[in-house]
Design a protein around this ligand. Structure first.
Ligand code: HEC
Length: 115
């Protein structure tokens, strides 16, 4: 009997641990509210409707090849600018005053819409 109780406790602990292990929707240290406001003010002009060939936010098929590059590359490309097959992504979306943290938060916001 004692063994059974221990076993149940152990299983519960494992289940709890597994629950904690779920990937959070946003990376730690990235502020989702900041991402949304930067996106709305600075990135949506192109990415909302696909202006200039920009992959549209929420359109998973248009983000497929970009996502394969991995989030770190996408962040670097958004900060430094990037010319791909679709068109030209200006450095920081053309808004030089944006900080790395702001651009990073906006990229997370966009990527979370297609993951
Ligand atoms: C002037 C229009 C424009 C604005 C503003 C803009 N983008 Fe883009 N963005 C593009 C275009 C065009 C591409 C596609 C480049 C390609 O794949 O050829 C792109 C691609 C990207 C990609 C994918 C890069 C990759 O490696 O495939 C990310 C991430 C991105 N933009 C983030 C942002 C963020 C964050 C902002 C706001 C700070 C922003 N963009 C603002 C036009 C824009």
């Amino acid at each position: 009997m004692k063994q059974l109780t221990l076993c149940i406790l152990f299983t519960c602990a494992l289940a709890l641990l597994a629950g904690c292990d779920k990937p959070s929707p946003t990376a730690p240290g990235v502020d989702p509210a900041l991402g949304e406001s930067v996106y709305t003010q600075r990135c949506g002009s192109c990415h909302e409707r696909g202006m200039a060939g920009a992959p549209r936010t929420g359109a998973a098929d248009e983000w497929k090849t970009a996502l394969e590059r991995g989030i770190d590359t996408l962040i670097a490309n958004a900060i430094n600018g990037y010319r791909g097959e679709r068109g030209f992504m200006p450095a920081r979306g053309g808004h030089a005053a944006l900080t790395d943290a702001e651009v990073t938060a906006a990229v997370h916001y966009m990527v979370n819409k297609v993951r």
